[in-house]
Ligand binder design. Structure first.
Ligand SMILES: [Fe+2]
Length: 714
């Protein structure tokens, strides 16, 4: 039929391949096919016929033979309404049952005998609510023998299972299969969707056992980070823009290209012979960037001298390569792990690079020259909007119980012997806090709510994440819907009053998106802006301790994690924690981070499971949170933005500046910075997932990718 349809097309040829899925995999690996850009179509929801645990490795198998940017269009049933599903498979006309029994006719033909007497068999369908699947059986109406096998009257023989995937389960599938979701085209009820997924340029895992297996990042983790860094610096900044400053208060873009390898080189040198890589003068100009006071830019912490002109790009990239090779050699020699000083130096360099990756991106997004990320497809924002509108629920209040929470970790900087996870100076030492009960909204304030706030209060200043002039640099990306997205002429979704959204756009790395398509995204704005909105909405922004208490509470509600990666001793109904120390029943104290007393290397003690969250480049933009209204959002689960807190960054009891980087936090104890927690879509999982990590920004800094949720006293 397809071949028939393709006749008459000039550029499309269609031909059939006869074989199994495994044959298809082999065919995809042939050199002439492998090199071509591909889209694999899988429209019939047949993934639903696999067992749940079989789907991710199956998809990942295809992902492995695809090239970066190749895509798959996958149909998935999402309906979990027992009535609807039952009647879909057990129609009143009996067509599906006839279809199932027809299978027995085919069996007879294959077996060359009347093994099944169709008259004696019936088809049975059942929806299994718990497993979210329909299963179909055949059963004989009387005792019978098939090919020597006795089958009792009514005994069920399973012939088909059809699993249904909720929106969240579908997202989990892509995550486990290491694919990126670009868009979902769904019916109005959202119970059938075509998911357009692609193989991303890089992929950061979401399970603590994978993203933080060891205190010092592995070479594989480094390479993934370098891929991300190169994607941003080499593909997203037009070369002529390298000398521009998308944010006037910060350095030119090119500074950061030199700063990252220089900072790493300095720390590697401090842990070894102290010698800089060539050219040595890079240490003078690239050690530290600027981040001045927003109100008075003449006030700035110490930073490197800014040269008359920056070195040529070529020289900087050569230096970067030299330092990367140094890192590779440290892993080859084993020094990265065996030398405690070096482990810490590499960890510092790694997290520093990961942090700059994000800050560079939020600088770039302020420029209308930023190019779209390589290996991605332009998301269909209007289709995403339609879907989130279908699934939206009211933003509920949750009562967070009174709790004692842990903050921070023990990580003495000069102890190079004990193997343990590292933390920045502001994460140390371990301490605890008592947090009273309070109420918290499930999810953060959205663009839609912020637009309403502006409109109702007559305010005209829009957040820096919005703009009033559309632009696009996604010229070479195609989804066919680009014009409607970028120009904003699409109608039909988000029935908000036109005046609120008219002429307003949200900045993304793909150019601007009309505000009306991203009404469900968390609004990205400064603390001062969001505090005003929170007050108007009848609440306030939580303190750092309250936010952590929310995260602990959410964590404690999650089902116990059963590691398939760790060792478990059979026949013991206990839970392995603390590297072999048994505890039955398992303790689930409300804990943020290592207790400090036990230096355990169980990553789950210090890192949260990030599955289903929008961090670590799952998307290159925030995602809608309106579907999360009935579910309290935990750490890094705010749709791809940091969470503002009302806590001012200040020196806490026991704070000691890092010897290796004394100004890291201490330079910002000026009373003007507030703590943010969690992570954005561009935050590395090691940072977004660490329970003790602290970030901070000036309260009026407009560019940071942070949002806020509302809390109130009980
Ligand atoms: Fe830096």
């Amino acid at each position: 039929m397809l071949i028939k349809h393709a006749e008459g097309y000039k550029h499309v040829k269609c031909f059939g391949l006869y074989g199994t899925y495994d044959d298809a995999l082999e065919w995809l690996k042939t050199p002439e096919i492998e090199a071509k850009p591909k889209t694999i179509l899988w429209l019939g929801s047949s993934l639903g016929n696999f067992k749940r645990h079989e789907v991710p490795p199956f998809l990942a198998g295809f992902g492995a033979v695809l090239q970066t940017g190749d895509t798959m269009l996958i149909g998935i049933d999402s309906c979990k309404d027992p009535e609807r599903v039952y009647h879909a498979y057990n129609d009143r006309g009996g067509v599906t049952h006839k279809f199932i029994l027809n299978g027995l006719k085919h069996a007879n033909a294959l077996m060359g005998e009347e093994a099944f007497d169709i008259q004696d068999w019936e088809a049975i369908g059942e929806y299994d609510e718990q497993a979210g699947r329909h299963h179909a059986f055949v059963a004989p109406r009387k005792d019978t023998v098939v090919d020597g096998v006795h089958i009792k009257q009514g005994e069920r023989v399973r012939v088909e299972e059809s699993y249904k995937y909720s929106r969240e389960e579908a997202k989990e599938l892509w995550e486990l299969a290491k694919l990126a979701e670009n868009v979902v085209w769904a019916n109005s009820k959202g119970d059938y969707g075509l998911h357009f997924v692609s193989k991303p340029a890089m992929f950061f895992p979401t399970k603590p056992e994978e993203y933080a297996a060891n205190p010092v990042p592995s070479l594989t983790e480094w390479r993934e980070l370098w891929t991300a860094w190169d994607a941003v610096t080499k593909d997203m900044i037009p070369e002529e823009e390298l000398l521009s400053k998308p944010i006037k208060l910060r350095n030119e873009c090119i500074f950061y290209l030199g700063h990252i390898p220089t900072f790493l080189d300095i720390h590697i040198a401090r842990a070894t012979d102290g010698k800089p890589s060539d050219p040595a003068y890079f240490w003078k100009i690239f050690e530290r960037g600027v981040d001045p006071d927003v109100e008075d830019p003449t006030q700035c912490h110490a930073h490197s001298e800014v040269p008359e002109s920056w070195p040529p790009l070529e020289t900087i990239l050569k230096f970067q390569e030299t330092v990367r090779q140094k890192v590779e050699a440290l892993y080859t020699s084993g020094e990265a792990e065996s030398n405690g000083r070096m482990s810490r130096a590499l960890w510092i360099g790694f997290e520093h690079e990961a942090m700059h990756l994000e800050t560079l991106l939020y600088m770039l997004i302020q420029s209308d020259k930023v190019l779209p990320p390589p290996g991605t497809k332009l998301p269909d924002f209007s289709a995403f909007a339609a879907q989130s509108e279908t699934l939206a629920t009211a933003n509920e209040w949750f009562t967070i119980p009174e709790a004692d929470i842990d903050i921070g970790l023990e990580d003495p900087e000069n102890d190079f012997e004990t193997k343990r996870y590292f933390g920045w100076d502001n994460e140390r030492p371990h301490r605890s806090a008592h947090v009273k009960s309070f109420r918290a909204k499930a999810r953060p304030i959205t663009n839609g709510e912020y637009a309403t706030y502006l409109s109702k209060t007559g305010k005209t200043a829009i957040p820096a994440s919005w703009c009033e002039q559309p632009y696009s640099n996604a010229k070479d990306l195609t989804t066919g819907k680009r014009d409607s997205v970028v120009n904003g002429h699409h109608e039909g979704v988000n029935a908000s009053p036109q005046s609120i959204t008219e002429g307003k756009f949200v900045r993304t790395v793909y150019g601007t998106v009309p505000l009306k398509f991203v009404m469900g995204w968390p609004v990205v704005a400064s603390y001062d802006e969001l505090a005003g909105c929170a007050h108007w909405m009848g609440g306030r922004i939580p303190t750092m301790e309250e936010a952590r208490s929310i995260y602990s509470y959410v964590d404690s509600m999650k089902p116990e994690f059963e590691s398939s990666l760790g060792n478990r001793i059979p026949a013991v109904n206990g839970h392995l924690i603390n590297e072999g120390v048994f505890e039955t029943p398992p303790s689930r104290a409300l804990s943020n981070g290592d207790s400090g007393a036990v230096s355990s290397l169980n990553p789950r003690n210090l890192f949260v499971d990030l599955e289903g969250t929008n961090v670590g480049f799952k998307h290159w933009h925030p995602v809608s949170v309106v579907e999360k209204g009935n579910k309290l959002c935990g750490q890094s689960d705010l749709g791809g933005v940091w969470e503002w807190t009302s806590t001012v960054l200040e020196k806490h009891d026991g704070f000691e500046p890092m010897e290796l980087y004394p100004g890291y936090t201490a330079d910002f104890f000026d009373g003007k910075h507030n703590v943010t927690l969690g992570g954005s879509w561009a935050t590395h999982p090691r940072i977004a997932g660490r329970k003790t990590f602290v970030n901070w920004y000036q309260r009026n800094y407009p560019y940071v990718w942070a949002g806020a949720r509302i809390v109130s006293d009980v």
